[in-house]
Design a protein around this ligand. Structure first.
Ligand code: ADP
Ligand code: MG
Length: 397
């Protein structure tokens, strides 16, 4: 999809309303992880260099349309200013006199952060009056928050229709990476979908089998597929009522020439506890009180060979209960293999999902992947093939 960027835009003296993702982890009123602040720097720097006045819009947590002092964006000012090496002004309201006055005194190159947009009910309602109250302070709108793009809110959607709207640098990076993985991928393209439940990833699986050449299913959800094929799953986590749905997905894969990889062997244990005695078994061979907690070595080996024969990988969901060693082995081994291929330029490796990011971080491979999305819900909706309203609003006509 083609979208408008800031390239070639005359920024001098322009008031740029910039939607960023500053929904950062905080501990005791202090930013405890500044990843998202750093992600916003390229856009802010580009705007400053161009002589624009940067007015940052963001949400924090879920104040549900009311002023909740604990959910103020104020604690972001100091660490952002430090990262930027420049002062960052703050206004205690994103609309009205306080915001207008703060914008009015800005000079070219200045940066101003406005208070939590979700303090106003109009934000989540995508309310036009609220968006217009924001728009009076901008000449252009820049969206740099892919992670909020699956929501049609005033600062992700409506505002983009009131002002000339552009994708920021982080948004552009994310969209290009995602396009390389599923939009216009180099083929063959392989997917890995794991995690706990089939029920939360039905749309994802149904869409992916129409897009991918190969799809490996792992994690707890693979148990439902094994059960659907008549294998005994013992005491494993399994959504038995979804057996027919699993068979439908298997049929869909066949119709779309998507080769499905279900586990060949499994790692089982009687208890889900750290260091619990684990056994490797072929699928179907399990005692009634045993649980499947990871992919077996043969399964992982076959998955690695399938990656060797692919050009693109898109991954969501761990292959096992990675939080609890030794059940992280399958996920870690597959992650290392993907990272090596990516580093060697043989594979475009893109991954996303809250727990997937945690698993890749734990495996220490995040930097070697082509792209790891921290966008959560937006990443999943994109993988489901849905149109994200915040991205659609930036489409080049
Ligand atoms: P993401 O957040 O990346 O989208 P999910 O939330 O779908 O991933 O899945 C992650 C969870 O799946 C982890 O908490 C992990 O422990 C769990 N999981 C993986 N394999 C199994 C399994 N065999 N049995 C039960 N839970 C599993
Ligand atoms: Mg999760």
């Amino acid at each position: 999809m083609a979208f408008r960027t800031l390239d070639g835009v005359n920024l001098q003296g322009q008031r740029a309303l910039v939607r960023v993702d500053f929904n950062v982890p905080m501990e005791d009123g202090q930013v405890s992880d500044d990843t998202r602040l750093r992600a916003a720097l390229p856009t802010i720097e580009k705007l400053r260099q161009g002589g624009a006045r940067t007015i940052l819009l963001a949400h924090f947590d879920r104040p549900k349309g009311k002023v909740v002092p604990e959910m103020s964006l104020k604690p972001v000012v100091e660490p952002l200013s430090r990262l930027l090496g420049a002062p960052v002004a703050f206004a205690g309201n994103c609309v009205g006199a306080e915001a207008n006055d703060a914008v009015h005194v800005m000079k070219d190159g200045d940066v101003l952060l406005l208070e939590n947009v979700r303090f106003h009910a109009g934000e989540e309602k995508n309310d036009k009056d609220f968006a217009m109250a924001l728009a009076v302070n901008g000449d252009i709108f820049v969206n740099d928050a892919f992670s909020a793009a699956h929501r049609a809110h005033a600062t992700t959607e409506c505002l983009a229709h009131l002002l000339p709207a552009y994708a920021g640098e982080q948004m552009r990076l994310e969209l290009s990476a995602l396009d390389r993985a599923l939009g216009q991928p180099e083929r063959p393209v392989i997917g890995i979908v794991g995690g706990s439940k089939v029920s939360t990833k039905l749309d994802l699986l149904k869409h992916l089998v129409t897009k991918l050449d190969k799809l490996a299913i792992g994690g707890g959800m693979a148990n439902t597929f094994l059960f659907a094929q008549g294998h005994d799953v013992g005491a494993s986590y399994c959504e038995k009522e979804l057996a027919e749905t699993a068979r439908e997905i298997i049929r869909l894969a066949g119709q779309n020439n998507c080769k499905l990889f279900l586990p060949l062997d499994i790692v089982v244990a009687e208890k889900l506890a750290p260091g619990a005695p684990a056994r490797v078994r072929p699928v179907g061979s399990i005692d009634e009180h045993e649980r499947i907690l990871d992919a077996g070595p043969e399964t992982v080996e076959r998955l690695c060979r399938a990656m060797d024969n692919s050009r693109t990988l898109v991954w969501n969901g761990p292959l096992g209960v990675f939080e609890m060693p030794p059940f992280d082995k399958g996920t870690v081994a597959a992650a290392h293999h993907a990272a090596e291929l990516a580093k060697a330029g043989k594979l475009v490796a893109v991954a996303g999902g809250g727990d997937t990011v945690a698993a890749l971080n734990a495996a220490g491979v995040t930097d070697d992947f082509t792209f790891v999305s921290t966008a959560g819900g937006a990443f999943l909706e994109w993988m489901e093939g849905k149109t994200l309203p915040g991205v659609a609003a930036l489409a080049r006509q």
